[in-house]
Design a protein around this ligand. Structure first.
Ligand code: VG1
Ligand code: CO
Length: 562
């Protein structure tokens, strides 16, 4: 088999962001663009003689890219490829496959929750042998290689039929096309008490309906296996579960703005338990009739109830963690239960070292990401099953049905409530976004905002700035340092506002503003049950005024509120 070396020139901007390289499909389709990035991955790792996993969310341009990876990977000496059937492996399933088959790493073709299709986004992400996203030292190396690349290597071989499960050869390499779903279902079966969930659901057929919405992302086949085959629920308990290359023209992001297909049916049909996942299956939203669980609360509640889940009952909880902008609800659980806990920068890659060191079991991000050390990615269906397991356990000895809202209120009465919301200003001019950040940095250097008091015009509440800092993180395990992870304003009552630039967008800049306000357990039921927007109104006004956000960005309203 002859290896050909093809001359190329570097492209600008092939810098992996929070979670891989994400660009418009048209950008990836430029001659040599995708090839360059893939060769840069192989130039940064040592995959000779190793096994590599390939999968993704099935979005437009995935099958072609699998063939490109096979060509270049084989020419670079990869011994064996494990590929999800039809190029499909959800992000959590891929993490599991890498771990289970002890692969060297994996290449995931996904832009997660970003829309797909010929005019939308594509993405390539490299995961390492623990099954998690490559840490920054690896992604930095890949980026450096893309800047100087002058050639890439390919072998000439006919395309592999990705639809046929089984083993074939590809030039000097072996290729194994695997069932995308089976290993993952087996994993979840080893974690949760499906017998308990099944018996709870079958005894509450009339008052506890379930609906899962795949938003036409990758989770469809996984959800079908879990809800219909394992749990024995009717087909009507899943919807939009056929993965489509353009996600049916939708935005596969499980939040109140984009998952309206779920929200509408849940409300109309009085469904007690609804859930959705994103394009690549690592995010989740829990939403029942009149009941929305904010992701920051979700991970805290799962942590509180961990011992009803067989996986944690057996292995114990080693520690908890959240990303910096995520509310501190989980910290309170850790303190009460005596667990170690961590605050890491945004992005799942920062949890991996702690898990590998045996110091972290359950963690989450405010961006609808929840997971545990069963793999090294966040895991949408895992979170959904965790909630079902917890609800089934909570109802075990109860004569009256305990639903999502009951669990939330009990939690708030124990720990207090962290009202939390995120405002996204998507695709704003990069210069305005930078000016906003520069202005905050100037204030933190000069301390000009410290001790200043700001009153909200509409609610009359006032907030005094106690501290302003730029979040930096030193990994407790490998001591690597990540700077400039977001500006944090802390107020004297413990409320927080965080500003961050997104690292997953494909166009312009996206500014995220995160707001959090804590209310103590004894604040009274009315206060604890307040609507989030109401509970945060005054703080949001103050945050906007303080940061001069509207002036800098030239926009009046956020594009998305979660
Ligand atoms: C966003 C979220 C972050 C998440 C990342 C990847 O990043 O804020 O919490 O880890 O997406 O999620 P950013 O840099 O745009 O804020 V996914 O579902 O793409 O893998
Ligand atoms: Co995702």
């Amino acid at each position: 088999m002859s290896i050909r070396e093809i001359q190329t020139n570097p492209f600008e901007g092939q810098k992996p962001g929070t979670s891989g390289l994400r660009k418009r499909v048209k950008v990836f389709q430029q001659q040599n663009y995708t090839e360059n990035f893939i060769q840069a991955i192989f130039d940064s790792i040592d995959a000779k003689g190793q096994t590599l996993v390939i999968g993704g969310d099935g979005r437009y341009f995935s099958p072609e890219t699998v063939q490109t990876i096979l060509k270049i990977g084989s020419a670079n000496g990869v011994a064996k490829f494990i590929v999800g059937q039809d190029a499909i492996l959800s992000t959590p399933a891929a993490s599991n496959v890498i771990r289970k088959y002890k692969a060297y790493g994996g290449i995931l073709l996904t832009a997660s929750h970003n829309p797909g299709g010929p005019d939308k986004d594509f993405g390539i992400k490299y995961n390492v042998s623990n099954g998690g996203p490559a840490p920054e030292n690896v992604t930095d190396k890949i980026y450096e290689k893309t800047k100087t690349i002058s050639s890439y290597k390919i072998i000439e071989a006919p395309p592999v039929d990705l639809s046929k499960i089984g083993d074939t050869t590809y030039g000097p390499s072996a290729v194994s096309i695997i069932d995308s779903v089976a290993d993952y279902v087996e994993l979840l079966e080893s974690i949760f008490d499906f017998t308990l969930i099944k018996s709870f659901l079958s005894s509450h057929k009339d008052d506890f309906g379930v609906l899962f919405d795949g938003l036409h992302g990758v989770t469809g086949p996984y959800a079908k296996a879990l809800f219909v085959k394992v749990l024995g629920l009717p087909e009507s308990s899943i919807q939009n579960c056929v993965p489509l290359p353009d996600f049916g023209n939708g935005h596969p992001d499980p939040n109140l703005t984009y998952a309206h297909s779920l929200v509408e049916v849940v409300e109309k049909n009085n469904i007690a338990f609804g859930a959705a996942s994103d394009g690549d299956g690592d995010r989740n939203m829990i939403y029942g009739k009149g009941a929305f669980v904010t992701p920051s609360d979700s991970v805290a509640i799962i942590a509180h109830w961990a011992d009803v889940i067989p996986y944690f009952k057996k292995g114990g909880v080693k520690g908890l963690a959240r990303s910096m902008p995520t509310s501190k609800a989980i910290d309170l659980v850790a303190k009460k239960k005596g667990f170690e806990y961590f605050e890491v920068p945004t992005g799942w890659k920062f949890f991996g070292n702690l898990m590998d060191a045996g110091r972290l079991s359950i963690c989450g991000e405010e961006s609808f990401g929840t997971g545990s050390d069963h793999i090294r990615e966040k895991d949408g269906l895992w979170a959904v099953m965790a909630w079902l397991n917890i609800l089934a356990a909570a109802n075990k000895d109860s004569s009256k049905l305990i639903g999502i809202n009951d669990l939330l209120l009990t939690h708030y009465k124990t720990y207090g409530r962290s009202f939390f919301s995120r405002y996204d200003y998507e695709e704003v001019p990069s210069s305005g976004a930078q000016a906003l950040v520069d202005n905050l940095n100037a204030a933190l250097t000069s301390k000009s905002l410290n001790n200043t008091t700001h009153a909200s015009a509409s609610t009359g509440t006032s907030f005094t700035v106690a501290e302003l800092y730029n979040f930096a993180y030193t990994d407790p395990i490998d001591k690597s340092v990540s700077k400039n992870q977001g500006q944090v304003i802390v107020f004297s009552d413990g409320s927080r506002v965080v500003f961050r630039l997104s690292g997953t967008g494909s166009q312009g800049a996206t500014v995220r503003m995160y707001v959090e306000r804590y209310v103590a357990p004894d604040a009274g039921e009315a206060e604890l049950k307040r609507d989030t927007a109401e509970g945060l109104k005054g703080l949001i006004e103050v945050a906007l005024e303080l940061s001069k956000l509207k002036e800098f960005l030239g926009v009046d309203k956020p594009t998305v509120i979660t």
